[in-house]
Design a protein around this ligand. Sequence first.
Ligand code: ZN
Length: 460
Amino acid sequence: MDNKDIRVRIAPSPTGFLHIGTGQSALYNWLFAKKMGGKFYLRIEDTDRERSTKEYEESILGALCWLGLDWCGEVIHQSERIQLYRTALEKLLSEGKAFYCHHSQEELEAERQRQEFEKQPPRHECNHKDLPLGKEGGGIIRLNVGDSTQVISFEDQIKGHIEFKAGLLGDFSIARSVSDPLYNFAAVIDDAEMEISHVIRGEDHISNTPKQILVYEALGLPVPLFAHLPLILAPDKSKLSKRHGAMAVVDYKKDYLPDAIVNFLGGLGYTFSKDLLSREEMIQEFELSKVHKSGAIFDTKKLNWINSQYIRRLTPSEFKNLTGLNVSDLAVPLITERLEKLSDAQEFSYLWEAPVYEKELLKWKDSSLEDVKDSLTKTLVVVEELETITDESLRNKLELLSVDTGKASPNNRSVGRGVVFWPLRVVLSGREKSPDPVQLAVVLGKDEVIKRVKEAIGKI
Ligand SMILES: [Zn+2]
């Protein structure tokens, strides 16, 4: 195969938001296409009229754009291709490769229960295919699977050789009517018509593959190569579900950077040479055959760590655009160095608005409010004497003040430091935990520090 003939796709249904697993399938298809110089397409499987909506479709497109996974050409819609499926179904019916099954729901259900009782796989081998009845419209359309002893096999590009016995499938259904094809039929027609060379999708599709191969063969169409990606599992190896966190890509937008999500999803089913890498680097390294064969574990801690690394790289203006926060450029690194999720930036609100706190919080260990007042009054003098606050100048002065305060108390210097630095931390942040108070003073600036210290003294 010529590399320019490599064509892949993802085919989500607009019956919900883009699932994180589909996002990963999209990424691997995209990486493979980019690596091989091929093309990546987007097909919307919207034949389920009742559950498909335009809103979901727009959300799916938006999520792919957000992840930076660009597709080739126009978005393809199944709903616009009904005539294509109809022509193919009529061809199979006229050749006797498909037929109408007139068995009632009750009859099929009774057969299913019998098979369950006999511990046989559920399937329907239909005798109508050999009767004139099979040519009469009105029933569900099934593929005439023929020899039930045949083995259907394929070389999975990730998992290796896989085979199924046709007898396990029965004469499976392919359409409710000539204008209402079922998934396994429509997907084959679409993939053939789009000349898809590699069908790369989640391993939950593996049981569809033998059915689709039989449809390709019945239609005399070339069978593409298949590659089934490992499913993403929860840390306890159960199926990933809502209780493990957000499931839709759009749910990640408020907390995560798209580069971090792409980096994380890339590493979920693949071992790259390093933990942090750009899309370009992923493309360079990616080989389909090296995708892991089984369960990728969704580790939120890893995702958060990757996200924190990308947040650190944001410039102040990028950070402010993303969060909408009105914070000084100088203060941004104080936040981004400590952030795993963007929405947690609110915890640093004291960097752009005066904090609210109880005056009791100002007391260091068993010091009194009088001690605090004394210390803050001296700190105020120190700050007012500085032309501008720099880390070095303020820190040196406060250390000297700590020594004096320590001498005055019957204890020692560390008590002095506590009595000086602790109230300043609370005055500036309103919190027990914050970045170093001198760093806070530097980014807040002389005027704001004086204002907050005076207010605190006034409170006592
Ligand atoms: Zn039947």
